[in-house]
Every structure is written in C-alpha cells, then in structure tokens.
Design a protein around this ligand. Structure first.
Ligand SMILES: [Zn+2]
Length: 163
C-alpha cells in the first residue's frame, strides 16, 4: 500500500493504513481504525526541512478521532498494519490492555490524586463493564473537578450524559 501523505501548515499527517476493526466509541460506525502519524517539521521559509516531533494516533476514518498511542503499543500496532490490518483475538486484547495502560498513565498526568483516586475507587466498585474505561474515568474526573459528587459524575460519564 502506498501511504497517503498530506500536509497543512508545518504538520505532516501520514495515514499509515488500517490497523484494528472496531466499532468507533464516538460515532458508532464499524470501521477499521487507522494508524496515523503526525510529524511536526521545522522549516526554512515555507519548506519543511527537519522533523522534530512525532505523535501517533489510532484514528476512526469517519470522525477522525481516537487515542494517541504511547510507546508501549505503537510497535504492536505497526506490526498489525504491516500485515494489512488483520489481528487475532489474543493480540487485540493485548493491544487494548496496552492502550488502557497508556491512557491511565495520561490520566495520572492530567488529574491530581485527590480527584483521580476517588473516581478510580468508585469505578472499581461500580461494576461498569466497558472497553472505554479511561474515557469514562477522564470524563468523571472532569465532572468531579466541576463540583459533581463522585458517584453522580461516574453515573453521568458512563451513560454519556452531559455534565
Ligand atoms: Zn468515529
């Protein structure tokens, strides 16, 4: 496959191909999430010359949203893309676990323990079974920071209700 390359400003976005078949949690379409790498370039006049920042995402081709990939899961996703995006069940679970780990690390960087820990504890007790745990916890943290009670925030976040 020839990678599709386009650019705007000084960020070049490289769609590297289909990675994982999944129902997009945002737009609810059954899609092949795509591995997308965004590279920032330092340029001379308008000519990009030196790449200096790379970020990798697993994006829905319909709504163009999806998680940023950390170093843990990037290698695994790259291997899947090499094969044309086929993935077995065990591998899919491994990738999902790695992505959860990365998202939890990001939550820890974003939220103070005073907000994150009570929400995490309530989530563990809640029995909510969702593959989007990190985004529910993130949304619940946001609501708690705005003054919601932890239980109420978690309920609203898990139901996708606006704060
Ligand atoms: Zn989508």
């Amino acid at each position: 496959m020839i990678p599709l390359i386009f650019s705007w400003g000084r960020v070049r976005v490289n769609d590297r191909g289909p990675a994982v078949a999944k129902c997009c949690p945002r737009c609810n379409n059954d899609v092949q999430l795509r591995l997308v790498t965004a590279t920032k370039w330092a340029g001379l006049f308008m000519i990009p010359m030196v790449p200096y920042g790379r970020q990798h995402y697993l994006l829905c081709p319909v709504c163009r949203t999806g998680p940023q990939l950390g170093p843990h899961e990037l290698g695994v996703i790259e291997a899947i893309v090499e094969r044309g995006g086929t993935v077995d069940h065990v591998e899919l679970e491994d990738v999902t676990a790695l992505m959860d780990q990365t998202q939890m690390e990001r939550l820890r960087e974003t939220w103070q323990p005073g907000v994150l820990e009570p929400v995490l504890a309530a989530y563990e007790r809640s029995g909510i079974d969702s593959s989007e745990a990190a985004s529910i916890i993130d949304e619940a943290c946001r609501l708690v920071a705005e003054g919601c009670t932890v239980e109420d925030a978690l309920l609203r976040a898990s139901l996708g209700m606006p704060g």
